[in-house]
Ligand binder design. Structure first.
Ligand code: F6P
Length: 368
């Protein structure tokens, strides 16, 4: 029987749901029952630390340098229960203009005899995958990002777990906020899109939700808060996405500089808001940054299930030779679309449809 190798890697920020996708890609590829039907015996190579796992001089002993690990059913058996990625990840960009190592990546794919590659990631990782596909490498993509900001798919791995973290943490804050009659500002991730802040805020019942798509007026925020107090509320929770900003401002950055894909390190809007709210309302206000807690922990049931479906679907694409595609979830169905339709685009919150721009909150009507 013909033998073929599949490579699999996770790139960009980690999140819950990656391990279930890896596990199910491995289980599906190496499924003995499917082997005779396919006429191919697959071996799966796990590539460590994102694209950097292909940026070394591969030798004959593929596991020697620790960049590659052979994955089988036994090895991945329990992986779907765990958060993060057992393969490790990085924000390394082989096409970085400062040191373009894309040729080395392609050389290694050939040397390692990888017939098909599964790249699990967000826009950056899939952007690299797409370029490799254009160079003739057989690649398929699986969408993941807690920001859920990829187009062409209604779901990206990690999102629901992150929404659950926001909900649980805000539940914890409520008791202390209420006891002290304080306002709490909770900063979430979400660079350009407000999906995580919006749906996290809706799930936890935040009073105000501020998102990158809608620059806000500080005066209006304070007015809403004072209205709440006058109506008898003891405390308020505000969810703010890291990329949200007041009208006339730039995004707040945590640190100068950019990562391998040119992204600024955002952060600080929560503290800014807390201090402006205190100035404007004289109500004691604290801020909490949820940061990487949103990416951590075991995947919720939904991410385990979606990871499973996406992993299986990626292998199906390989079996049918449908390369250059990303697995997606549209209107309740797992499907696939060309990766070049996804890369470089962003899914934004539709303010008219999903947001209340007067109350800075989730929508209050569904059918109108
Ligand atoms: O992957 C996207 C994201 O979750 C963004 O919302 C956030 O800005 C970024 O990751 C932070 O990543 P890190 O600090 O781990 O590089």
């Amino acid at each position: 029987m013909a033998k073929e190798r599949i490579g699999i890697l996770t790139g960009g920020g980690d999140c819950a749901g990656l391990n279930p996708a890896i596990k199910w890609a491995v289980k599906t590829a190496t499924d003995k029952r499917l082997e005779s039907e396919r006429g191919v015996q697959y071996e799966v190579l796990g590539i460590r630390n994102g694209w950097s796992g292909l940026m070394f001089e591969a030798g004959a002993d593929i596991e020697k340098d620790g960049y590659i690990t052979v994955l089988d059913e036994q090895k991945v058996r329990t992986w779907d229960r765990y958060g993060g990625t057992m393969l490790g990840t990085s924000r390394t960009n082989p096409y970085n203009p400062g040191y373009d190592l894309s040729k080395l990546v392609m050389k290694n794919i050939k040397k390692l005899e990888i017939e098909a590659l599964i790249a699990i990631g967000g826009d950056d990782t899939l952007g690299v995958a797409c370029k490799l596909a254009q160079e003739g490498i057989n690649v398929v993509g699986i969408p993941k990002t807690i920001d859920r900001d990829l187009v062409e798919t209604d779901y990206t791995l990690g999102f629901e777990t992150a929404v659950s973290v926001i909900t649980e943490e805000v539940d914890r804050l409520r008791t202390t906020a209420g006891s002290h009659r304080r306002i709490f500002v909770v900063e979430t991730m979400g660079r350009h899109s407000g999906w995580l802040a919006l749906e996290g805020g809706e799930s936890c019942g935040a009073y105000i939700i501020l998102i990158p798509e809608c620059d806000f007026s500080m005066e209006r925020v304070n007015e809403l808060l004072l209205e709440g107090r006058e109506a008898g509320s003891r405390y308020e929770i505000i969810i703010v996405a890291e990329g949200a900003k007041p009208i006339g401002y730039q995004e707040f950055v945590r640190r100068e500089g950019v990562d391998g894909f040119g992204h600024k390190m955002l952060g600080g809007i929560g503290d800014y808001l807390a201090s402006e709210i205190y100035k404007g309302t004289e109500v004691e206000t604290r801020s909490v940054v949820l940061s990487h807690l949103q990416r951590g922990g075991a995947p919720c049931a939904y991410d385990r299930r979606m990871g499973r479906y996406f992993g299986i679907a990626a292998v199906d694409l390989i079996v049918t030779g449908d390369f250059g595609k990303m697995v997606c979830y549209r209107n309740g169905e797992v499907t696939a679309c060309p990766m070049d339709r996804v890369v470089g685009r962003t899914s934004y919150v539709d303010l008219e449809k999903h947001y209340d721009m007067e109350r800075y909150s989730g929508r209050r009507s569904i059918f109108r």
